[in-house]
Design a protein around this ligand. Structure first.
Ligand SMILES: *Cc1c(COP(=O)(O)O)cnc(C)c1O
Length: 359
């Protein structure tokens, strides 16, 4: 069996041992004589998988008791709409910090429900950085503040979260569970699973209970957070296989020794590639400013487009997958999510050094 060096931005690499467990259990889950996909979502066997996944996530992130953990569908993109639909009233303002295309999209959706305001943006700097605290002017009466903790396309990441007096909401799709965070700083955290948590199809939301009391009226049942919190995410059929895979990924995170260890590992992995960039004397040019660099998505260019094409072609021949930058920005991007092994990052760094010597 040949596994590639997978740097896909999402869906992305999963831990090999999780895939192997899923393979072993695929046709006969827990001696039920059925696949997990063939079980009723109301069965004891599935309910256990479901509840264990919630409890594991609660434990790993030390989620306080006044928060609910729910599983939704529709990806992070549906959260762009659900957040203002539930929490932004027509006469109200919401603060958005623009650090990339995903935050722009989130802001656009909010316009349908109220008045979102871009209280900071680094667009003029080609989204190469995260704004500093003194560049953000919060509105004290905003319904909430929305940030994107890691900017998947540009390769920037908040190093320290902003402090506000209003509910802080974060799109953590591309760096959830990559390091310890203080959940109590946030009113709502959301993430599509397909980068750090499992396959696509399930979206994790961690929501503080008091926020639910601020829900607007006249919201369709399936678009209301409280439908999911009241029914333990089992109002209708949830994405059962995705939740099972999420549970297995969470077991794997525990086995790695938790988030401190995961973070250390992620730092070491990213350093290999950032060092190859920084020590190249300008052969590789990092997109993100150093203080804003992401440990999950490493973005860089080469001196000219011909060379860049050559780099991507040779990399492909060597078994590297997913190194093309996002279609909206071009260049190169290595996504080094939790499940990407150190050896894979080492192989890329070595390849980068060799490619430079050759060209
Ligand atoms: C991938 C990504 C999204 C989009 O997620 P979908 O699940 O495809 O809707 C949104 N925000 C961030 C930060 C992402 O990385």
């Amino acid at each position: 069996m040949k596994r590639v060096f997978n740097f896909n931005a999402g869906p992305s690499a999963l831990p090999l041992e999780v895939l192997q467990t899923a393979q072993e259990q695929l046709v006969n889950f827990n001696n039920t004589g059925m696949s997990i996909m063939e079980l009723s979502h109301r069965s004891k066997d599935f309910e256990q998988v479901h509840n264990e996944a919630i409890e594991r996530l609660r434990k790993i992130y030390a989620v306080p008791d006044n928060y609910e953990i729910i599983f939704l569908q529709g990806g992070a993109s549906l959260q762009f709409s659900m957040i203002p639909m539930n929490f932004l009233q027509p006469n109200k303002q919401a603060d958005y910090i623009l650090t990339g295309v995903w935050s722009e999209k989130a802001l656009e959706e909010a316009k349908l429900f109220g008045t979102p305001v871009a209280v900071a943006s680094t667009k003029d700097n080609h989204y190469k950085n995260i704004p500093t605290a003194n560049q953000i002017r919060f509105n004290n009466d905003a319904a909430y503040v929305h940030i994107t903790s890691n900017n998947t396309i540009y390769g920037t990441q908040w190093q320290e979260f902003p402090t506000t007096t209003v509910p802080l909401i974060a799109d953590m799709s591309s760096d959830i569970l990559s390091k310890p965070i203080d959940v109590s700083k946030f009113a709502l955290i959301y993430a599509g699973a397909q980068k750090n948590l499992g396959p696509s199809g399930v979206t994790v939301v961690i929501i503080r209970k008091d926020l639910l009391e601020k829900t607007s009226s006249n919201i369709p049942t399936m678009l209301k957070y409280s439908t999911f919190t009241y029914n333990n995410s089992l109002y209708n059929t949830p994405p059962t296989f995705g939740i099972y895979m999420l549970g297995e990924v969470l077991k794997w995170v525990e086995k790695q020794g938790g988030l401190e260890n995961i973070a250390e590992h992620n730092e070491a992995k990213a350093k290999l590639i950032y060092d190859a960039i920084d020590e190249s004397g300008g052969f590789y040019i990092g997109h993100a400013e150093k203080e804003s660099r992401s440990l999950m998505n490493i973005t860089f260019r080469l001196a000219d487009e011909e060379l860049e094409k050559q780099f991507l072609t040779e990399a492909k021949e060597m078994g590297f997958v997913g190194l093309n930058g996002h279609r909206s920005v071009g260049g190169c991007r290595a996504s080094t999510y939790n499940a990407v092994p150190y050896e894979t990052c080492k192989a890329l760094a070595d390849f980068m050094i060799k490619f430079q010597a050759k060209h």
